[in-house]
Each structure stands twice: as structure tokens, then as C-alpha cells.
Ligand binder design. Sequence first.
Ligand code: DUC
Ligand code: ZN
Ligand code: ZN
Length: 475
Amino acid sequence: MAVLECVIRGGTVVTAADVVRCDVGIRGGRIVALGDELGPAREIIDARDRLVLPGGIDSHVHLAQPMGEGIVMADDFASGTRAAACGGSTTVLSYCLQAKGQTLREALKEYHAAAEGRAYVDHGFHLIVADPTPAVVGQELPALVRDGYPSFKVFMTYEGLALSDLDILRVLEVARESGALVQVHAENYDAIRFLTDRLERRGDVAPKFHATSRPIPVEREATHRAITLAELIGVPIVIVHVSNSESMEEIRRARARGLKIYGETCPQYLVLTEQDLDGLGMEGAKYVCSPPPRDRASQQACWEGIETGVFDLFSSDHCPFRYEDARGKLNPKARSSFRWVPNGIPGVETRLPILFSEGVAKRRIDLTRFVALTATNHAKLYGLYPRKGTIAVGSDADIVLWDPGCERTISQKILHHGADYTPYEGFRVKGWPTLVMLRGKTIVRDGECLGGAGDGAFLKRETCDWPSSRSSITN
Ligand code: DUC
Ligand code: ZN
Ligand code: ZN
């Protein structure tokens, strides 16, 4: 057998199924051997006292997305994927937002141009269907699924983005016929508009009223409706960024009826609350995202969803804006109403440390579940498995050495994203990535980014057979 390029020696290898002490042999960017005392190799990496994890997959990331009206996202493909790498994620699935009047192919051309030569980690695109003309839905979408884009996102809220139920049904039907998976942003647009208008009339315009304008029933109703539409068509969907127990209950009830409904939650729903939006002056704008963080009871419910399998996916919903910036959170109109504060917070670099620390170190979940939630299930649902999301012979050598005892305080000073703040400033975590490898190349070592813009490749993804029950993907 030809000499190995690299052996990761003596670590504890974790997959969604097992925790095994063994070496990992790498050649040509792939894992080619798992076993004891592998070698010889050109490079030996000592992994004693380290967990050896599949590279994280963050399937919900917004990068370089045009926001309109003088607002600019804080991360382009370079800074956003560099931050992903430093936080232990080796694949991101980002969004390609169709503008009104634009075809999806035109939109994709722009996003590919933005990513080309800039990405530090591997990446793919979900297609946000914002202008569902008959040609887009009937011709473009099925062709794009075949071309490697087998996932769409539809919005039930936002000016210029919200689709009618009729249009959502049309998109869901194409998904069923083509094998694509549809993500749904479930919030009731008319209810938010009504509540926002009423709050503004009363002069309740501070950032904290963002949460008041989108209470739990707004999310629960839309979740129920999205599931009903999926049930009518007979197609699986993912309810993304779920924030509370009532929406989770809709997912549970749907599954009890035999539907394939997948659930995603995010760090902000585990460790932030509505109180964070109630800071001095405009400080609360730093936490404005949708759905908004809720209360302690909702945090607890989301933890139960992580533990019991309501959630299959743990993603960041990284959607960064600078705070001290007229093109970000503090744009000229933001002080006049929360309505104008851009929605979204950074989180791609802190996703894994927060879940590991709060979940694994505090014994809420075990290591296999951590890997399923942060890597394997993303690969399985979005057409990347087994190339990505696991440590197995034949898989890409996307590997993270994780120090489970390393204690860090999350701070803007140590992060690599393009935002000028982190909503998790001062948050103490236990567990941090010490080495990150992308297809056999070390791109991060001891906090230093060694990778380069252009290391990351575009991933053409496949359609997949949906697991027949959630338990088959979530272990
Ligand atoms: N939805 C997202 O998925 N991300 C940011 C903002 C939003 O509403
Ligand atoms: Zn959304
Ligand atoms: Zn998002």
C-alpha cells in the first residue's frame, strides 16, 4: 500500500453512531484507513487527548446577500467562510436569493462569482424562491435540482419575499417531483405587519419591540400552515430556526401523523432571550433576528427538542451586520423603528463551541448526538452524505481535532467574522477546535488560520431518499 500522506494518531474518533479510539489515515484528500498504529505517513498528527470529529456542516448561513436600501451584510465569502473554518465548520450551505424579475440562474451566476476564489471551506447554495413565475417554478427549479442545487427556501413573511400559500404549494409540488427539500421560514406576515403598525402608532419603536411584533403564535400558526401545505402535497419540509415549544409541538404532531417534517434550531434560541433586546439605547439591535429569542421556558423547550429528536439540525443562521455602521444595525432609519433594524446575527464561528459546552460538557447530549446535529444530519438531508458529515473510509478528510477541556471566553477579539460584535460576548465555553482540516489540508491550527481564500470548493449536491423516520437520521 502506498505511503499515507497523513495519520491522525491516538485520538478518539466520533461519528453519529460511535465513539472509537483509532488512527485516521489520509491520502489524496480522503480518509483511506481507520485502525490501530497506521503508518508510515509523511505527517503524523498527535491527537492524544483530542476528539476527532467530522468537520462541522453549517447548513444555514447567509453570506454576501444583497439587502437593499443601503444595508450591507458584514460577511462576504472570504470572511464568512474563514470564520466558519476557525469555528470548526468545513462546509457551509449558503443562500442564493433571487431578486424580483431575475431568474434563479442569473442569481446563481452572481453568487458563484462572489464565492469564486474567496471561500476557505467547501460550500453549496440553497435557492431562495422570491419570484415564483411559472417559468422559474416549472422549468428552472427542476433543472437546477439536477444541476446540484437540491434545496430551496421559501419565506412566509417579509416584504418582497413572502410567498402566498398558492405559490408555496406550487414550489412544494416541484420539490416532490424533483426530490428537493424545502426549508420554510415560518412566521405570519400579515400578523407581523398588523402588530408592527400598532406598536409604531403607540411609539413603541425601540429594538426590544421587535420581539413584541413577532410573538410565539405568529411562528406557531405559520409552522402549522407550512406543515399542512406539505401534507397536502405529500412532501418533506424543514422548519428552520424554530424558537419555542408551541412550534415544536406542531412538528411533533405532524410526525405522529406520519409526516416527514424536519426541525432546525440555532444557538440564539438556547442561550439568548428577549431580554437581550432590551439594552441601553440601541444596544438591543445587536440581538435582532427572526424569529426572536424568547424566554427561559422556550430555551428549556428547545433543549428538550435537541435531546429528544424534535430537532435534526443545529445551524447558526449566521446573518451578520455590523453594529456601529450606517449600513448595518445603526442605519439612519433604525432609530425611528425596530422595523428598520436588519434582521440577523453572526454565529457561524461560535455554533460548535456553544453546543458542545452547553450540550455535551453539561451532559445534556452525548458526543454522537453532537456530531449528528452539527454535521451528519446536514449531510444526509442536503445531499452530501457520505462524502461529508462523517469519518469513514472514502469520505473527504474534513476533520476537526477538538479539545474538550479547553476553556474560552467568547469575545469579538478572538473571532474572525466581518461583524464588529458578537451577541455572545463574555459567554464562557468549554471545548474548542484546535486543528481543522479540509480535504486533508490543515486550514486552522491553534486558532491561526492557515487556509486561504480559494481552498473551498463548490459542492454539487445530490437528491436523497428521505429517511423514513426521523430516528433514522438523528440516532
Ligand atoms: N431568516 C433567516 O433565515 N435568516 C436571517 C433573517 C431571517 O429572517
Ligand atoms: Zn429565515
Ligand atoms: Zn437564515
